[in-house]
Design a protein around this ligand. Sequence first.
Ligand code: IMP
Ligand code: MG
Length: 192
Amino acid sequence: MPADTKIPDPFKDIDQILVTEDQIKHRLVELGAEISEAYAGKEVAVIAIINGAIIFVADLIRQINTPLQLDCVRVSSYRDETNPVQEPEIIDRIRLNLKGLNVLLIDDILDTGTTLAHITKVIQSMQPATIKTCVLLDKKTNRSVDFEADFVGFNIPDEFVVGYGLDFAERYRQLSCIGTLKPELQNPPQWG
Ligand code: IMP
Ligand code: MG
């Protein structure tokens, strides 16, 4: 088969696995219990920041035993590269009326903090009763704004990661673990 028609294996582009599938599964159960306890006796309005949080939210809400409503907000913080754009852009807004609700905003990763800080402000303007945030991954050392999440899956070093919902140019989201992408693949000219 000619090289350019060969279907690529997404796993072979991974340099190093930082969080295994088993670690994710185990942590999901713990996080689900923490969140269920925090909202015991209340209904929670989960807002997923997509596309990145799709897989995490799908698995996490099945570990939450309080009643919940689900909506999504589509945000673009990265174009097709590993460098963030300045201001996160809301491409598709929240439809649920959040007034008086207990909102849990969920993203895949907390990096500079710009995305969660911005979306939190947008949600605050909708007058929810409470707002908390949850992220699967936290790159603590890379903040440009002062922001901490209430629920964190794993702290990771400041490296570009893919898998379990996290992408590079919309690829690698289907990987069941989280790993760093080989450096030479992070800005190939055909994806620029
Ligand atoms: P922040 O606004 O810098 O905190 O970045 C948050 C957003 O950037 C997330 O919603 C992710 O979509 C994206 N992001 C940050 N770091 C990574 C990474 O290592 N891999 C993939 N996406 C990332
Ligand atoms: Mg992303």
